[in-house]
Design a protein around this ligand. Structure first.
Ligand SMILES: Cc1cc2nc3c(=O)[nH]c(=O)nc-3n(C[C@H](O)[C@H](O)[C@H](O)COP(=O)(O)OP(=O)(O)OC[C@H]3O[C@@H](n4cnc5c(N)ncnc54)[C@H](O)[C@@H]3O)c2cc1C
Length: 265
């Protein structure tokens, strides 16, 4: 086990993470006078802009994941290693990983970010983030299994909690997932779940600031709100989620929404 990488006279560049940044750099370094080692904890590159399609069953995960070994076929003095990087020892030019240690001459850290739960452990444990293919598939399975449970549920309150979806965060991802779930409600639910009433599925999009898509123009923000509301999404601005317990999302004005599906984006 270990890295088992052939010795070379060239300087070694280690890239941690084959996401957008790491992959672009590795491609740019093609033909350079360096040995390249790309390390990722997955053996595939993923394309996050279409994660919402995987979460809503519109696309299979294989359509947005690309094996590194296929991308880098025939590259000379290039090594991919499947490993999780655990620490960097800068004074020794060394990284510690799940498959052992590796020396580098230059180190590029392109390991992306993690979802911010603002330190709330309950929310972290019980809500569904959507940054990776794995998380998108968990969300897809949760939605579908909740619909299945709703078809046989005889308790109206429990059924409503199964049919309500709360999306927290009105940035690009929150807007995309709300929109695609509204499409699912209108076009998939009536065909695939004829026992469920379309009107029973509620999609709430909760955003703390006064605007959706706060990083974009006011026009884009207003249009997004108008389109989503036109599709039946309940857009709630200037409301913050403070807790999630007993299948209830608690807002900062002390109101609550019953749901078994909270998407944290
Ligand atoms: C749902 C969603 C939709 C998005 N839509 C868009 C869009 O439409 N347009 C746009 O421009 N941007 C979009 N983004 C943002 C975009 O995906 C990120 O800005 C971009 O992926 C960041 O690139 P990165 O290389 O820094 O990190 P990432 O692409 O996240 O890559 C990080 C890589 O590092 C690996 N890694 C992490 N930790 C370790 C470790 N310890 N050891 C080994 N490997 C590790 C991961 O497996 C991953 O492959 C979206 C993001 C999300 C979540």
């Amino acid at each position: 086990m270990g890295f088992n990488i052939a010795g070379t006279d060239k300087k070694r560049i280690v890239i941690i993470g084959g996401g957008f940044g790491g992959l672009k750099l590795a491609n740019r370094l093609k033909g350079s006078n360096f040995q390249i080692v790309l390390i990722d904890k997955n053996n595939y590159h993923q394309f996050p802009p279409l994660l919402y399609q995987v979460a809503s069953s519109g696309l299979e995960s294989s359509s947005i994941s690309f094996p590194f070994r296929k991308i880098f076929q025939k590259r000379k003095d290039f090594f991919f290693r499947l490993a999780e990087v655990q620490a960097v020892v800068r004074e020794k030019n060394l990284i510690l990983t799940s498959i052992g240690e590796l020396k580098y001459d230059y180190l590029i850290i392109a390991s992306g970010t993690v979802t911010n739960f603002f330190g709330n452990e309950v929310i972290e444990k019980q809500t569904l983030p959507m940054k990776t293919i794995e998380e998108a598939l968990i969300l897809r399975n949760t939605l579908l299994s909740n619909f299945e449970k709703a078809t046989i549920c005889t308790d109206p309150q429990e059924k409503q909690a199964l049919m309500n979806v709360v999306i927290v965060g009105g940035g690009a991802t929150g807007v995309e997932i709300s929109g695609v779930l509204a499409e699912m409600k209108h076009f998939v639910l009536p065909k695939d779940y004829p026992d469920l009433k379309q009107s029973e599925m509620n999609i709430y999009l909760v955003e703390g600031s006064p605007h959706l898509l706060a990083a974009m123009s006011e026009e884009a923000s207003d249009n997004a709100k108008r389109f989503l509301e036109g599709m039946g999404v309940k857009v709630m601005l200037q409301k913050k989620v403070v807790d999630y317990k007993d299948d209830k999302v608690i807002l900062d004005d002390d109101s609550s929404i019953e749901t078994k599906t909270v998407v944290w984006v």
